[in-house]
Design a protein around this ligand. Structure first.
Ligand code: ARG
Ligand code: GLU
Length: 726
């Protein structure tokens, strides 16, 4: 009997242990759900040190960087660190053949040399708050559709009020599929300047080859500075702006990491789907991922070949190809991970458990059986329509590049046709700007190859109902490149000068004539079919799945009552905690928790673009000039692994130790963990961080920008000095 009890206790303990690392937790609720466990694992501070609205706390040092990354403050003079790949587009847009910051890196040697980045913003979170009651107020009396409208209406009003007349950017987001709502209130800074970026051969070392993999040797960091008006408040770019004084910045630890150390990642994970039904998992791994991988195989084959043979194309397409390749590779890992975990069977087993719980509760027949019956029928429709939408998205929306311009002209034309003069003029102005930036990174021969390869895929892989009526005909009539020639030779969209002149003049009658442009016409037909026949079905199914998910989720929450549960990621501030640890990817193989400069030198190969180590770094390695950045054993650390639950959007997130000191920047996950957005695996799920000491070493020894370290607060140096004396 006692033995049995012990087993139960042990079992519960091991379950807790397993679960301890999974989760992206809400900072506001740490005290209630997580703090005890965090402290047990080695966290030495309080929940208020992480999130507090009355006093400076870590959340004041963490920002949403650009559209979807995280960054953090590391000095009281506005200095910010994030990943190299998060600022990649900015670094690229400052680059040309003559001034190639991608290849050579960029380092401002004084404040005057820092480079402004129009359009780039960082958002600081002022506070978050549970507004469920306010959002749902007065919704009880409506049916489903009316309720959604009322929720939207309430949301707008609450957001508007909280914005205090535009002082803040506010966002209400549903949690747990609308079983809860939170408001997030941000201050947005718009003058963010580039301070330093290592060459790609460091910041993107290993490139797409090493992406999503361990062992990793990527110095994936870049430095920016946030500027404000003299009152420390947001201000548009101005030479008179001054460095922003944050409420809080992270001290930087030189102590390094060892296995078992507590780690915490604060950041803005973008999206996960931990609670979806087995139907969705099945569809992702057996249809959506393979479809999108196949389309991107083609895109990458074409783009990579042209990049290799032409240095200008390499610069023009580097950011585009990195972003195509990133998800492409992740989806492949995700399929393998879901297969390895038997994810569909696991979900089905959970659904069985849920059913039994509901039966015991006498809620199955009334509440949840209908939900699952709905899932069964909804996913049949969804599977078909999502295939079409994935193809349009990959090929029309972000495949053939000229479709981007075509869509703008298509919008202008329809505004003119509808006599929406003001809207049309605004669109003309926006298009004028877009044409210039579009052409800076456009190579027509590459695009023609994309057109030739991708359009037939649309035609061959989708059933006729999902295609504009005459498309199959046109494509089969114009094989062997005839269509491509016709469209590209005749379209005005390939002529930048003409387009610019046309837009500058802005004559509506002339613009209307573009209705007959072959590219715009083709785009118009595809887009029309999508808007009329695909999107409405997709939206409808999506919304019905969401409604059913809300009920299912409420059931899961009830079933798990008393256990902490985290909501799916939604690009808001979350806390993940875990520890420094390696892992065993497969039988007989064990990965250590860190990599070093030795590994970079092992990979060094001047013949391979991704592995061509800069000469200066080779020299530093030869002389072993590692300064205070080396470990006790004398090696220079580069990256390390930890078991924090992270996803896209967590890039650039601070990873801190138990004292709240910065030890690294998150930038990736390992190959065997790419499925953790859907199903976390405590044995395999590891996030990859760049060791902060490697970043400091590059700034100081490699770039000679050591002056930047003076404004940082470095801790743990004394220990090192003491150690080296002993
Ligand atoms: N896999 C990382 C992330 O999801 C890094 C991506 C950038 N690097 C690259 N080689 N494409 O964003
Ligand atoms: N590299 C990813 C990002 O840009 C983070 C890695 C992940 O998805 O876990 O957000």
């Amino acid at each position: 009997m006692r033995y049995k009890k012990l087993l139960v206790v042990l079992f519960i303990f091991s379950v807790l242990q397993l679960q301890s690392k999974e989760g992206m937790w809400i900072p506001l609720l740490l005290e209630k759900y997580n703090l005890a466990e965090m402290q047990e694992m080695g966290f030495e501070l309080s929940a208020k040190d992480i999130y507090d609205i009355n006093n400076a706390s870590m959340k004041d040092a963490v920002v949403v960087f650009g559209g979807g990354c995280t960054g953090e403050m590391i000095s009281d003079e506005g200095l910010l660190i994030t990943n190299h790949h998060c600022g990649y587009r900015q670094i690229q847009s400052h680059s040309s053949i003559e001034n190639d910051y991608l290849s050579n890196g960029f380092w401002a040697m004084s404040r005057e040399e820092e480079l402004p980045n129009p359009g780039l913003t960082v958002r600081f979170l002022e506070y978050m708050e549970d507004v469920t009651d306010e959002v749902l107020e007065g919704t009880e009396v409506f049916d489903t559709e009316g309720r959604e409208e009322k929720i939207k209406d309430n949301t707008r009003k609450i957001e508007h009020k909280a914005s205090e007349r535009g002082k803040f950017f506010t966002q209400i987001k549903p949690l747990f599929y609308g079983n809860q709502y939170f408001i997030y209130v941000y201050k947005v800074y718009r003058d963010v300047r580039l301070v330093g970026a290592p060459p790609s051969a460091i910041g993107k070392f290993g490139g797409d080859t090493d992406n999503w993999m361990w062992p990793r040797h990527n110095g994936d960091f870049a430095l920016y500075r946030v500027y404000s008006g003299k009152d420390n408040e947001p201000s548009a770019y101005s030479p008179d702006n001054v460095p922003y004084k944050p409420k809080k910045y992270f001290p930087i630890s030189l102590e390094g990491v060892k296995p078992g150390d507590f780690t915490m990642v604060l950041g803005n994970p973008g999206s996960t789907m931990q609670y979806v039904p087995s139907h969705e998992v099945d569809m992702i791994m057996n249809q959506r991922d393979p479809d999108r991988v196949a389309i991107r195989d083609k895109k990458l084959e074409i783009i990579k070949a042209d990049m290799e043979s032409n240095p200008l194309v390499r610069i023009q397409y580097s950011a585009k190809s990195a972003s195509i390749s990133n998800a492409w590779k992740k989806w492949q890992g995700e399929i393998l991970g879901l297969q390895r975990l038997n994810a569909v069977e696991k979900k089905q087993a959970f659904e069985e458990e849920f059913r039994n719980w509901a039966i015991a509760n006498e809620t199955w027949e009334s509440e949840y059986q209908p939900v699952f019956q709905n899932f069964d029928s909804l996913y049949v429709v969804y599977q078909d329509i999502v295939k079409a939408s994935d193809y349009y998205s990959e090929i029309v929306l972000k495949g053939v590049e000229l479709f981007d311009l075509a869509s703008r002209f298509n919008n202008i034309i329809s505004s003119i046709e509808n006599r929406q003069t003001r809207i049309a003029n605004a669109q003309i102005l926006a298009a004028e700007k877009r044409v210039t930036s579009f052409y800076k990174d456009y190579n027509q021969p590459t695009d023609e190859k994309l057109f030739e390869a991708l359009l037939p895929m649309l035609n061959n892989d989708l059933p006729p109902v999902h295609l504009p009526e005459y498309l199959p005909e046109i494509i089969s009539k114009h094989d062997n490149g005839k269509l491509v020639r016709k469209v590209y030779r005749k379209s005005v969209l390939t002529d930048m000068k003409k387009l610019e002149a046309l837009l500058k003049k802005g004559n509506h009658r002339e613009l209307l004539k573009l209705r007959d442009d072959p590219m715009i016409k083709l785009y118009n037909r595809l887009n029309f079919h999508y808007e009329a026949n695909i999107k409405p079905v997709l939206d409808n199914v999506n919304s019905r799945i969401r409604q059913n998910m809300k009920v299912y989720m409420a059931g899961i929450m009830q079933m798990k009552e008393g256990q902490p549960l985290y909501p799916d990621a939604n690009l808001t501030l979350r806390v993940a905690y875990g520890k420094v640890e390696g892992y065993q990817p497969r039988d007989g193989v064990k990965y250590t928790h860190y990599t070093t400069l030795d590994g970079i030198m092992d990979k060094d190969n001047p013949e391979i673009y991704d592995y061509n180590v800069p000469q200066k770094l080779r020299d530093l390695y030869e002389t072993a000039d590692f300064g205070m950045y080396k470990t006790e054993e004398g090696y220079l650390p580069v990256c390390f692994l930890a078991s924090n639950h992270t996803t896209g959007g967590n890039s650039g997130s601070p990873i801190v130790n138990g004292k709240g000191h910065l030890i690294g920047l998150n930038f990736d996950r390992v190959w065997e963990s790419t499925m953790s957005d859907i199903m976390y695996d405590p044995d395999m799920s590891r996030n990859i961080a760049i060791d902060i000491r490697y970043a400091l070493f590059i700034i100081d020894k490699f770039a000679g920008a050591g002056y930047l370290l003076e404004e940082m607060e470095l801790v743990g140096i004394e220990t090192e000095v003491v150690d080296s004396i002993h």
